[in-house]
Design a protein around this ligand. Structure first.
Ligand code: HEM
Length: 71
């Protein structure tokens, strides 16, 4: 799993714009720095604010973290 090929494409331009007050969802450093908080919000379904992610996508994000958040 890498951020560039497996994780970044999961974040839409809309997501990125909505969240740029807190961090940049297209930035590897930012997503890595907030990975646990992001996973928490994805798992409780509160983010993305418009439509929760399917379990398969949450599992991919969780696995990326488990593998050490590769770039
Ligand atoms: C996959 C996409 C998204 C992720 C991973 C995400 C993640 C997060 C996280 C981790 C926080 C907490 C930030 C903090 O406390 O420092 C947050 C807050 C927030 N997000 Fe998102 N977000 C996403 C998409 C969106 C979208 C599409 C909207 C609205 C159009 C949105 C609106 C907000 C708002 C208003 C807050 C602040 C209030 C709150 O904590 O609930 N986010 N988001």
């Amino acid at each position: 799993m890498s951020f560039a090929t497996d994780i970044k494409p999961l974040f839409s331009e809309e997501d990125r714009k909505s969240m740029d007050f807190a961090f940049d969802l297209w930035s590897y450093d930012d997503v890595k720095a907030h990975a646990d908080l992001i996973l928490e919000r994805l798992e409780d379904g509160s983010m993305p604010c418009d439509k929760p992610w399917p379990d398969e996508q949450i599992a991919r994000f969780r696995e990326w973290i488990a593998e050490g958040c590769k770039p």
